[in-house]
Design a protein around this ligand. Sequence first.
Ligand SMILES: *Cc1c(COP(=O)(O)O)cnc(C)c1O
Length: 235
Amino acid sequence: MTTLVLFDSLVAARRRLDAALAAAGRPAGEARLLAVSKTKPAALIREAWHLGQRDFGENYVQEALDKQADLADLAGIAWHFIGPLQSNKTRDVAEHFAWVHSVDREKIARRLNDQRPAALGPLDVCLQVNISAESSKSGVSLDDLPTLAEAVLDMPQLRLRGLMAIPAPAEGLAAQRAPFARLRRALEGLRERFPEAPLDTLSMGMTADLEAAVLEGATLVRLGTAIFGERTAKH
Ligand SMILES: *Cc1c(COP(=O)(O)O)cnc(C)c1O
């Protein structure tokens, strides 16, 4: 991808998000763009940073660490870990990311909490919810969500910011909205139950379903293909 193409696609992605917010009757700026850069080279992330993008999402720990080393000079860059997280990788994530969107069990949360360097301040965390049960094995069930949330809220090095989901692919706005509405209601439920918690984030919406997610209250949309183009299967 050339710089010019990236410029065009990033501008288009920002316009698409602005239009989706307007269509939802929501204030401009109420949702922000997380640029999902997995499989894409560090040079492209650097270009996006020069175009003002600051939040980047990565799925694979070693790949992310390599890019972070290349990009250590970029002020204000915020790395979000959004992929499945194994126990043996929690230390790297606790030490090298600002956010984790994919916490789905207490054991992983506990390790992140224990391994987070105090000097970095609390790690911002979303709980990944298995919102369309047929599609994926990742994510806590809606039934188990309150218990996990309560446990994470007791962990001082984690700051529970909200919920994340990757619904099963669906065609059409109504079908896409349904799981996002369930996630929104789940967050509302947690807010009622834990009124002191800083629960301000719905991480939902990707290239195929951004509009549906924004209609249901997404605050952080995770766009990969729309910004960086198709991924070649590397993993
Ligand atoms: C890859 C990925 C994305 C981006 O998907 P696109 O369809 O390319 O926008 C978003 N969220 C997660 C968790 C991903 O793994």
